[in-house]
Design a protein around this ligand. Structure first.
Ligand code: R5P
Length: 312
């Protein structure tokens, strides 16, 4: 990387940022991130960023509000220190699920966060596997979107192959993602009709497609409470599937999700390191997206095509 480039990390996912730095063959920039006694964030770049094209890595995962605020303050500090261009690298885009109003008088937080990043002074955003594609349109600044399907499928097929496989969307919203996986893996898809009677609770209503005797691979954007995947796996086995695996691009693992998945009939759950795992679990395999994100950062800095890289 040339002298105009610098990579910094917020405090949400330093190990992923460190891995990206290794792939880019650079040292992570030094920045002081701390809290005042009253809880307010303090940010101070320990080196000059004047005239630089800087990239700030921050997943806006739990604690979402703290991580978003820290990112905004990092952008502000860099802007005031005369950085030439600021790019937010957000492996996991928190608040992205509230992307439309379902009930009256609700917010659209996915849009609000996008607006805040631009208002703070970011010129570009790089993120991965958004909850829905429509969120792309919420950014008024330049933005690039990556898909973790490459590294995730690579891991899955190397270990399990694609014989007798069927890709399953755990809800209708995931069917586009499932189709994309199935196209590359050369398999059929099945779709589960999921309903949410209330927040964080899901029930399986119907299954569209024939899974009998098949190895089912559930694919979803994120695993939150784990309810969607566990219920889907049980329904698949009831409908004759031989075994069930699951891919979730982002391992949120809220509440007792890990225990739930541990006890579930799912054989292996594969996620990326977009969110650092707080606890280990024998069933969870974490695939790194550092090479994918690092290559995208390099191309952004050098103004080279990212779509070419994704289609390779
Ligand atoms: C929902 O529409 C998303 O795509 C995921 O299916 C959902 O966030 C998973 O949540 P949970 O693990 O709590 O069922």
């Amino acid at each position: 990387m040339d002298k105009n480039f610098a990579l910094f990390s917020g405090s949400s996912n330093p190990s992923l940022a460190e891995e990206m730095a290794k792939f880019l063959d650079v040292k992570l920039g030094q920045v002081e991130l701390k809290r005042f006694v009253d809880g307010e964030n303090y940010v101070n770049y320990s080196e000059s960023v004047r005239g630089l094209d800087i990239y700030i890595v921050q997943s806006t995962c739990n604690p979402q509000n703290d991580n978003i605020m820290e990112l905004l303050i990092m952008i502000d500090a860099a802007k005031r220190a005369a950085a030439e261009r600021i790019t937010c690298v957000i492996p996991y885009y928190g608040y992205g699920k509230q992307d439309r109003k379902i009930n009256d008088r609700e917010p659209i937080t996915a849009k609000l966060v996008a607006k805040l990043l631009g208002s703070a002074g970011a010129e570009k955003v790089l993120t991965m596997d958004l909850h829905s594609d429509q969120v792309q349109g919420f950014f008024d600044i330049r933005s690039d979107f990556l898909y973790a399907s490459g590294p995730l499928m690579n891991y899955f097929t190397k270990k399990h192959g694609n014989k007798n496989l069927i890709v399953v969307a755990p809800d209708v919203g995931a069917s586009k993602r499932a189709r994309a996986y199935a196209k590359i893996l050369g398999t059929e898809i099945a779709i589960i009709d999921k309903r949410r009677p209330r927040q964080n609770q899901s029930i399986v209503m119907n299954l569209v497609g024939d899974v009998s005797g098949k190895t089912a691979l559930l694919v979803d954007d994120e695993i939150n409470t784990g309810g969607t995947l566990v219920n889907a796996a049980e329904a698949l086995l009831k409908n004759g599937a031989k075994e069930v695996y699951a891919i979730g691009s982002h391992g949120v693992f809220a509440g007792d999700a890990l225990e739930k998945l541990e006890k579930s009939p799912i054989k292996e759950v594969i996620v990326t390191n977009s969110i650092p795992m707080k606890r280990k679990s024998s069933k969870i395999m974490v695939v790194s997206v550092a090479p994918l994100m690092a290559e995208a950062i390099k191309r952004m800095h050098e103004n080279k095509s990212i779509s070419k890289m994704l289609h390779q």
